[in-house]
Design a protein around this ligand. Structure first.
Ligand code: SAM
Ligand code: SF4
Length: 505
């Protein structure tokens, strides 16, 4: 089959789509770059906030028009939204034929074959097959299977024990045929595979670098998360944390380097808790940085509770580990941080910022923050503004709190900040951060940086852009520079988002 992959959400989703492409190609399917050439559109989804899900719902409905023109076109939903909604998605979006969670991608070839082969008259046969193989494939298919352990006690939050994933896996472990609507005529036979795993890391799969610039690539080093931040759906959609064998990570990084890549970004929800046997994250970073001095190494994301001095020492000892740490703070208020179950307070967080500045004086620091979390007062929001003034981030991803069903916050806390107040706080924070970023960038004018050239500037073919170690984008006149090269650039001007510079001959 010809498959078109459409990806939404975080870097991990983009890395997952590259694994999916590899699984499909190995099975003889082809990945096409034009949606009009596809037999199947697979949408890799994000469930982190409601607006992300709404956008994807909208897209799925939009694709109906294409299906009307090409009735053989199938649509599959992959990733976090597939895991969160499972059969509810199939019930509500009747043009969807496949729902596949993040740990079930190895089953895609078999599932594609089944949706490709199934005709209206053979649907009931598929249903029989799958109910035999699954406890999830119950005849009562209109119901959403219970996805999460339904514990209502305060002690379940913040517990780092498994969310009874074995149970989830057993319930959700099979291939679930979509029910025929009342009347018995099944128009879009659908299958779901949403089992979560405690071991799957796709370590043996060499990702197909989709839309690659041939210069930088992602490497997933771990999957899942069990931090259970009160607002966050990830532990429920991606399962327990597990780390990939370091040898396979090193092999992937060496292969990329031998293919000409100059930068790898190691990805995980909380990379600082990477552990495989006796290898922790600092040792892994050291090994990857040791592959070649001209291979830049980045990583994301660090949880402040786990950012160790050991890692900062390794970074300081290796100039090719990039001087940029993404350290999500989420809130400047200690009461809100506790409610969020973040396991640190603002003093601990600021202590980690001081440590970064001590070991790595030229390190850029970026963050994620949520405004309008349950019961956040004006004073508590002011504490977030104060923390931003103190840390002076180079960049921040700023969000309004979005209630996610089944999380601790959804079950125990009221989403009681009116949307207009959340919006006003967000605007205030964005304005402050914009001002800080501009002031930080003005300090860069006159400095020289080594820039990894990535490509043409969007605005002019005569200009190229690249990034410095701090991950700041620098735009400069092309002259004799080429993508993939390291070039020295002097910063001459800036906006809040971009540095402008001149090549140093
Ligand atoms: N694992 C990373 C961490 O803990 O920092 C990032 C995970 S998440 C994919 C990225 C960001 O989305 C979070 O840092 C948080 O700021 C934001 N986020 C997560 N859940 C949210 C929610 N329910 N509402 C608003 N923002 C949310
Ligand atoms: Fe979500 Fe917290 Fe895990 Fe990040 S650390 S993925 S915010 S639960």
């Amino acid at each position: 089959m010809r498959v078109f992959l459409e990806t939404y959400g975080c870097q991990m989703n983009f890395a997952d789509s590259e694994v999916v492409a590899s699984i499909l190609q190995t099975a003889g399917h082809s990945v096409v770059t034009e949606i009009g050439d596809a037999d199947v559109v697979l949408i890799n989804t994000c469930a982190i906030r409601d607006n992300a899900e709404q956008r994807i719902r909208h897209r799925v409905r939009e694709l109906r028009a294409m299906q009307a023109r090409n009735p053989r076109l199938r649509i599959g939903i992959l990733g976090c939204m597939a895991e969160r909604l499972q059969s509810q998605l199939m019930a509500e979006e009747d043009n969807v034929s496949l729902v596949v969670g993040p740990d079930a991608y190895r089953r895609l070839p078999e599932l594609l074959q089944r949706i490709g082969a199934v005709t209206h008259s053979s649907v009931s046969q598929a249903a029989v097959d799958s109910t035999r193989s699954s406890t999830f494939g119950s005849p009562n298919l209109g119901e959403q299977p219970e996805m999460l352990p339904a514990s209502d006690t305060a002690s379940d939050r913040g517990s780092h024990s498994s969310p009874k994933l074995g149970e989830v896996a057993r319930r959700a472990g099979g291939v679930c045929p979509k029910p025929a609507p009342a009347g018995g005529v099944c128009q879009t036979p659908a299958l779901a595979a949403v089992e979560l795993s405690t071991t799957e890391t796709y370590a043996d799969i060499e990702p197909v670098r989709l839309a690659s610039n041939g210069i930088s690539a992602y490497i997933s080093i771990m999957r899942g998360c069990q931090n259970y931040c009160a607002y966050c759906v990830v532990p429920y959609t991606r399962g327990r944390e597990r780390s990939r064998d370091p040898e396979t990570i090193l092999r992937e990084a060496r292969t990329l380097y031998s293919q000409g890549y100059k930068e790898v970004t190691l990805l995980g929800q909380n990379v600082n808790s990477y552990r495989h046997a006796d290898v922790g994250f600092p040792q892994l970073m050291e090994a990857v940085a040791g592959i070649a001095p001209d291979l830049r190494v980045r990583f994301a994301t660090s949880h402040p509770k786990d950012l160790s001095d050991d890692l900062l020492r390794v970074m300081a000892a290796h100039p090719n580990i990039c001087r940029c740490i993404h350290l999500p703070v989420q809130s400047g208020s200690d009461r809100i941080l506790k409610l969020m179950n973040r396991h640190y307070d603002s003093a601990w967080y600021l202590g980690r910022i001081d440590a970064i500045r001590r070991y790595l004086p030229d390190c850029s620091i970026t963050t994620d923050v949520i405004v309008g979390f349950c019961s956040e007062t004006e004073e508590e929001f002011q504490a977030t503004l104060d923390l931003f003034r103190r840390v002076r981030y180079d960049y921040a991803y700023m969000f309004k709190y979005s209630l996610r069903p089944d999380t601790y916050a959804a079950r125990h806390l009221a989403d009681d900040i009116p949307d207009a107040v959340k919006g006003r706080r967000l605007e205030e924070l964005i304005a402050l951060q914009g001002q800080i970023a501009l002031e930080n960038n003005r300090l860069e004018v006159g400095r020289d940086y080594e820039v990894l050239v990535e490509g043409e500037s969007h605005r002019s073919k005569e200009r190229l852009f690249g990034r410095n170690s701090q991950n700041k984008v620098i735009v400069f006149d092309r002259r004799d520079a080429r993508p993939g090269e390291y070039r020295r650039v002097r910063v001459t001007d800036c906006t809040a988002a971009t540095l402008l510079g001149d090549l140093i001959p």
